[in-house]
Design a protein. Sequence first.
Length: 224
Amino acid sequence: MGELLPCVEIETGRPVRSAVIWLHGLGADGHDFEPIVPHLGLHDLGVRFVFPHAPRRPVTINMGLIMRAWYDIRGLDVGSDPDEKAIRESAAQVAALVDRECDRGIGSGAIVLAGFSQGGVIALHVALRNRETLAGAVALSTYLPDDPKLEEEKSEANGRIPVFQAHGLYDPVIPLVLGEQARDRLQALGHPVTWKTYPMQHEVHPDEIADLGIWLRERLPEGG
């Protein structure tokens, strides 16, 4: 295993019994979603939030500027021509973080993979293929890229893990229709999807965080 991605970590207290590995979007970093932890309402549970920093790489759609990105975006049609090599490299790095949580004593069934935008692409890629059953996956303002290999690579252990999926009604970056297509494909694969939309663009809504907190509480072990 290579060197692990650097991460921001927050523990909500008590003995840590579960983990949420949360991946940021293009050009952000692991600090991006750090402020939402207190608003999830999980302060009475022992949850370790892990917010990794994506590697820096040139991004074609941003004139080749080097920024934190899980993979390259090559054109305006974000769902097509995926950067499969970088997606798989990033997925392997995130899978290593899942393994580390298991090594720290967190069972895979108490680990949730979450991501926003292209971070959600990687979170779903890893969750659907992970060999050990996870607690669930969170896909915020994201999509599933063209990937004919998904059905054959899909993990039997995670064949029916629940997914919380949310999207902005007015998202100009990843249109709502791409989120709907991802939802439909996930459901066709057998995943129970909690689908939510909010009056927002490519961002996060307070009601979304509240709904996600409820969903997480139903799937993470209680303290005690």
